[in-house]
Design a protein around this ligand. Sequence first.
Ligand code: PNW
Length: 439
Amino acid sequence: MPLSRFDFPEGFLFGAATAAYQIEGSRFGGCGPCHWDTFAATPGNVLRADDGATACDHIHHWPADLDLLRAANMDAYRFSTSWARVMPDGATVNPEGLAFYDRLVDGMLERGLKPFQTLYHWELPSALADKGGWTNRDTCHRFADFAETITRRLGDRVASIATINEPWCVAWLSHFLGHHAPGLRDIRAAARAMHHILLAHGLAVERLRGMGQPNLGIVLNFDYCQPASDTAQDVQAAARADGIFNRWFIEAITRRSYPDIVLEGLAPHMPANWQDDMALIGQPLDWLGINYYTRHIQQHVPGAPWPATRDVTGPLPKTQMDWEIYPDGLHHFLTRMARDYVGDLPLYVTENGMANADHPDIPDTIREDFLFAHLAATKRAIADGANVRGFFYWSLLDNYEWAFGYEKRFGLVHVDFTTLKRTPKTSYHALARALARND
Ligand code: PNW
């Protein structure tokens, strides 16, 4: 018997997640340019130089897309509100953008879906990117202004607000590894972004708390860091990777400190007086979101600059992203967060999913297996004491997969990017059956 909603505690929420730039279509509705538009336009950054100009054209298909969530018996929808759509130049409000999100949230409520909003899922307005983006402390203050503006409009109806989606991606992947906009490979820029993205979170939380807004959280991504061998070098390399990926952000938030194993490399590059920001960064939250996809095997690279580690291919079956399928990692992070950092604070799996080279006529049984294996890992984590309150599959739709353009398909629903036709996959139907209520 596959798992069903009745295998989870009363009130556990099931949903799917998306993000604005990946689905909406940024050329519509007075949306301003963001750093992903420029990054994608520079050859070599994104497969086929695809961008989010049209994406799934969700801005015109949203009622049907919300119907898909409802028809799958979901309880909640995790979506994001684009900064560049709400404030095209990073400061001036676009009334059409606010009106769109207003209708979208009402559409969720009409369908009985709880709106789980994310404020920043990577659409940094170009006007701010041009002034240094996340390497510039001022961006953090502008973000708090955006948080206030959008919350004045939607805050009475959303069930939950996450400040930042995946600070590791915003900071490390984008400024040190160079894979995401702005595509820097610069330790100094990375160190500043690693701190500023948390400061932006802290300033937004402070602002929204001041407005009396409840249910504030952040979404962190975690990646299981497995040493390539049991040599001391590889074990240390994996510990450094774990520090950067899995400890930096949660320790700042819950302990108001950064792990020494990461400061070893970043301290010389940090913004001045960063210590003075830690109290603001470490404000109490109402919940923590956990995004989990995979593990990576970490190997020490002799002679390389800090952090001197690289990923090597692992032995497990892989998804279309070449990411190993490793459900135990989800159990690991849910129980580790509860045990080491947040105790009984509500946890949500805010993203988990896999890419597959899907075709609308071919069953995606591999995704069904993936999904149910990760739901089982979540259930085990609950049995082991983690206070997990919900699970969001990434993603509802095939969409703009950042540097991979439209090639990697994560959706429960297939999207034909020529006709924009949506076709639910067999995984969608399997999840809908699992979530049926006996009424
Ligand atoms: C997350 N990595 O991104 C994002 O929240 C989504 O927007 C994205 O579509 C999804 O996961 C699938 O990729 C990540 O390189 C992108 O480790 C890259 C990494 C992790 C997460």
